[in-house]
Unconditional design. Structure first.
Length: 350
């Protein structure tokens, strides 16, 4: 994929399959293809919005990037390093540079630790500072995220949901990371608080030069913070585009349906709602050909037959996984090489 030269993070044919076990002896009977052949580059200093419905694999992808899950196959390259091969001190160093802001501020903080202890813990684990330096750093982070330093002695239950998420953000920034995976960081918060947290994330990005992967199911939230948008469906990226271009017009039929369901703040504006038929296929038994063809209003015979369409750049900066996207939008053939992407097959699984 183009843009790898600018990338801080590059994913190539990344896969994560979970075994389906049944019976008394937990015999494997199949595989849940949570992430199945993802190719993606994240540019330094940008915010990449990763959007999709529940169960599409976006949170699993975030865990693969942070090494909270091991990959079944493929490559993850961070600043030129193959992260999947890292162990010991090298993996420890990687985890200083890639941090996570978790979805639920109610369960992601230890209820037995004070806010001060929660933020100090990464500094203690990695042994990066003296006691005085740790104290100064914690107080600095508290004030940076908008919490008074005298509140450091309070426990999580004494804070509101928005304040808890601010503590989670401070914890993620404690080790000066380069990349932060934001896994639905505002979905558990009230709308008014969501705006405050999004504004805080944008402020911190400018101040510390951070790169974000912002995972969400809400396109209206992602619109205000993302430079580029990646749409995920059933374990694969189906569209990738600049944010302004994507919101002007989505090219993949699934992206178009998602965008049509996103509310518009202008009460005088109208948007035709696209209602998709059926339910998403099971990730255990993915359909042949395009994975969206059973719900797609534009499906043709080519969409139902193997191989799966590759992710093609059909206009500059616009990548779409659809055989008919150019035809539907009236775009001439891009001339991309339409061959089946390399990847693991059933016989290759461990």
């Amino acid at each position: 994929m183009t843009g790898e030269a600018l990338a801080i993070l590059t994913l190539r044919n990344l896969q994560k399959y979970f075994p389906v076990e049944k019976g008394l002896f937990s015999r494997s009977t199949g595989w849940v293809k949570a992430v199945d052949g993802v190719d993606l580059s994240v540019h330094r200093g940008e915010t990449l919005g990763l959007v999709g419905e529940s169960g599409c694999g976006k949170s699993t992808l975030g865990k693969l990037i942070t090494r909270l899950e091991g990959a079944t196959g493929g490559e993850i390259e961070f600043e030129g390093r193959d992260t999947l091969s890292l162990k010991g001190s090298a993996l420890r160093e990687l985890r200083r540079e890639i941090q996570t802001i978790f979805q639920d501020p109610y369960s992601s903080l230890n209820p037995r630790m004070t806010a001060y202890d929660i933020i100090e813990e990464p500094l203690l684990v990695h042994g990066t500072a003296s006691k005085t330096e740790r104290r100064n750093r914690v107080f600095e982070l508290l004030e940076t995220v908008g919490i008074r330093r005298e509140y450091g002695g309070r426990y999580p239950h004494e804070f509101s949901g928005g304040q808890r998420q601010r503590i989670g953000i401070a914890r993620a920034l404690a080790l000066n990371p380069k990349l932060v995976v934001c896994d639905e960081p505002v979905s558990a918060l009230d709308v008014s608080i969501q705006a405050q947290i999004l504004n805080l994330l944008e402020k911190l990005q400018k101040e510390f030069g951070l790169t974000y992967i912002f995972i969400s199911h809400d396109l209206s939230v992602v619109e205000h913070i993302s430079d580029r948008i990646a749409i995920m469906y059933l374990g694969q990226i189906v569209e990738l585009a600049e944010s302004s271009a994507f919101y002007a017009q989505a090219y993949h039929p699934y992206s178009e349906a998602l965008l049509s369901a996103s509310p518009i703040p202008d009460p005088t504006a109208a948007r035709q709602r696209i209602i998709l038929k059926g339910d998403p296929p099971s990730p255990i038994d993915v359909p042949a050909g395009c994975r969206f063809h059973m719900r797609c209003p534009h499906a043709a015979e080519i969409c139902r037959a193997d191989p799966t369409p590759p992710l093609e750049e059909i206009t500059p900066g616009r990548w779409v996984r659809c055989w008919r996207a150019g035809e539907i939008r009236g775009i001439p053939e891009s001339g991309a090489n339409r061959t089946e992407p390399t990847g693991l097959h059933q016989n290759d699984l461990p």
